[in-house]
Design a protein around this ligand. Structure first.
Ligand SMILES: C[S@@+](CC[C@H](N)C(=O)[O-])C[C@H]1O[C@@H](n2cnc3c(N)ncnc32)[C@H](O)[C@@H]1O
Length: 271
């Protein structure tokens, strides 16, 4: 895997071995010399061959851990990234565990943000929208297998099109933000395996935020808050777009790698 240019060959090999052997990390630590059956060995070889072509582990296994959830993923959704957990770190303290509120996830993809939110806040309800019907099918499947379907609704629409004004207590979004010209130079795992619709932020990477800024302010209730992920160098332009749309209390939150990652803010309270 290292020879194939894989960034984290040791941990990837471990994950593929665990899956092929049907064993947990603890099983392997407890019994490191267990033999693989012929079937398991063939499966491991097949997994490794795919990983050598730079297919991501999440796509080979069809699952990806995010927050405390195990999500199903396929070619129709972005494999959720640990950096996006910054949104959850930022917004969860705003709502007590038993708080009943409504959350809108714009560009829901696999359901990662919405479902992690609903799992943490058992009285919350949410709506996830996406333009991709195929992505919504994945999000619905994840909501069902995680037992969250009764509190999650999904809708195919272009951002907030068709949604009522002032409907939500919280809006979260991880929109596509990579400048179009940068995509060809990304690692094959991203470039060839994440959907273009989930990556491409137009000429300067900010196309989605220009559309989203006024729309987020429209669908938030007075006094309600939002959290938006963005990419490298985008903190100021995204903050300016949100401020121009009327957002207040704007703050930039860093991810665990100490990079600016999420913009939070709110809509002015009434009176
Ligand atoms: C970067 S992915 C984020 C997926 C998921 N929220 C996550 O954090 O893992 C962006 C998502 O926005 C969706 N999207 C792109 N343009 C859209 C639009 N105009 N309206 C609604 N969703 C859109 C894509 O299909 C994709 O699922």
């Amino acid at each position: 895997l290292a020879a194939a240019g894989v960034e984290s060959p040791v941990s990837d090999a471990r994950l593929l071995l665990e899956a092929a052997a049907g064993a947990s990390r603890a099983d392997i630590l407890a019994e490191p010399r267990r033999p693989l059956s012929g079937e398991q060995e063939a499966l491991l070889e097949a997994y490794l061959a795919r990983r050598e072509t730079r297919e991501p582990v999440s796509r080979i296994l069809g699952v990806r851990g995010f927050w405390k959830l195990m999500l199903r993923v396929n070619a129709d959704v972005l494999s959720p990234r640990p950096e996006s957990e910054t949104i959850l770190d930022a917004v969860l303290p705003w709502f007590e565990v038993g708080a009943a509120f409504t959350v809108l996830d714009l560009g829901v993809g696999s359901g990662a943000l919405l479902l992690a939110m609903l799992a943490e806040r058992p009285a919350a309800r949410g709506l996830g929208v996406d333009v991709s019907e195929e992505a919504l099918a994945v999000a619905r499947d994840n909501a069902a297998h995680l037992g969250l379907a009764v509190r999650a609704a999904f809708l195919r629409t272009d951002w907030t099109s068709g949604l009522a004004d002032h409907g939500f207590d919280l809006v979260v979004a991880n929109p596509p933000y990579i400048p179009s010209s940068v995509i060809a130079g990304l690692a094959p795992e991203v470039r060839d395996h994440d959907p273009r619709l989930a990556l491409d932020g137009g000429l300067d990477g900010l196309a989605a935020y220009r559309e989203l800024a006024p729309q987020i302010m429209r669908v938030l209730k007075a006094g309600a808050r939002f959290a938006l992920e963005f990419g490298p160098g985008q903190a100021s332009p995204v903050a300016e777009l949100m401020a121009a749309a009327g957002a207040v209390e704007i703050k930039v939150v860093k991810d665990l790698g100490d990079r600016d990652r999420v913009l939070t803010g709110s809509k002015k309270a009434l009176g």
